[in-house]
Design a protein around this ligand. Structure first.
Ligand code: ADP
Length: 199
C-alpha cells in the first residue's frame, strides 16, 4: 500500500471506529442472505489474488438461513478477513465457510498463511496491534481492521474469535444470529404507531 493511501485508509478506519463507539454509526438492520455476504465479499476482493499462488474457495451449503444484520457492515468484516488472509499467506488456499450452529450462522475465513503466535492471538483485535512478522519492513495495513470488525460483530450480538498455528495458518470466525420472525417485528416497530382514540 502507498503511504498516502495508507493514511487515507487509517483516517477512514478511525472515523468508523469513533462513530461506532460513540453510537453515531447508522445501522440498517434487515434480513440478509448469508450466501450473498460471502459471494459479494469474494467478488470485491478477487483482484487481491491477481498474480499470487493463492486460490479462494467458497463453502456455503445451499439453502443456508439468512441472518439479521446490516449487509454492508457484515460484508466489510468478511472483506477485511479475506484481505488479511491474502496479506499473510504466501501460497495456498483461502476458504470462506458458513454453517448454521443452533440459532446462529458461523462464518469462517481459513488461510494457510504465516499464522499468529498464541500470545498474540488476543491482541490482534485491539486497535493498532500488528503482531509477528508484519512488524518487519513497512507496515502493510493500519492495525484497525480487526478492531472495527469486532465492534461490528458485537453490535450484531455476535462473537468473533480466531484459532491459529504459526507456520500452518489461521482461522478467523464470527457468528451472527439467524433471522427470525421476531426480527421482522423489531423492524416494523420503527414506524411510529398512530393512536386512534374513540370519540
Ligand atoms: P492490519 O491488517 O491493517 O495490520 P488488522 O487489525 O486487520 O490490521 O490486523 C491486525 C494484525 O493481526 C495484523 O497486522 C497481523 O499482525 C495480524 N493478522 C491479522 N490477520 C492475520 C492472518 N490471517 N494471518 C496472520 N496474521 C494476521
Amino acid at each position: 500500500m502507498k503511504e498516502g493511501q495508507r493514511l487515507t485508509t487509517m483516517i477512514n478506519d478511525l472515523l468508523d471506529l469513533e462513530k461506532i463507539e460513540s453510537g453515531k454509526m447508522e445501522w440498517h438492520f434487515q434480513m440478509v442472505s448469508s450466501a450473498e455476504i460471502i459471494q459479494q465479499a469474494a467478488t470485491s476482493t478477487a483482484s487481491l489474488l491477481d498474480g499470487k499462488p493463492i486460490s479462494l474457495q467458497l463453502d456455503v451449503p445451499a439453502g443456508i438461513s439468512p441472518v439479521y444484520g446490516d449487509p454492508d457492515k457484515l460484508k466489510q468484516v468478511v472483506i477485511n478477513l479475506i484481505s488479511n488472509a491474502v496479506k499473510f499467506t504466501h501460497q495456498g488456499t483461502i476458504t470462506i465457510r458458513a454453517r448454521q450452529r443452533d440459532q446462529e450462522i458461523v462464518f469462517n475465513v481459513l488461510d494457510e498463511g504465516i499464522g499468529i503466535a498464541p500470545q498474540d492471538q488476543e491482541l490482534v483485535f485491539e486497535k493498532f496491534q500488528q503482531v509477528g512478522d508484519s512488524l518487519i519492513g513497512k507496515p502493510q495495513g493500519t492495525g484497525l481492521g480487526l478492531a472495527i470488525s469486532k465492534e461490528i460483530i458485537e453490535h450484531h450480538q455476535g462473537r468473533i474469535w480466531l484459532e491459529s498455528e504459526p507456520g500452518k495458518g489461521s482461522c478467523f470466525s464470527f457468528s451472527v444470529p439467524i433471522y427470525t420472525d421476531q426480527d421482522e417485528k423489531a423492524e416494523t416497530t420503527d414506524v411510529p404507531l398512530i393512536e386512534i382514540s374513540e370519540t
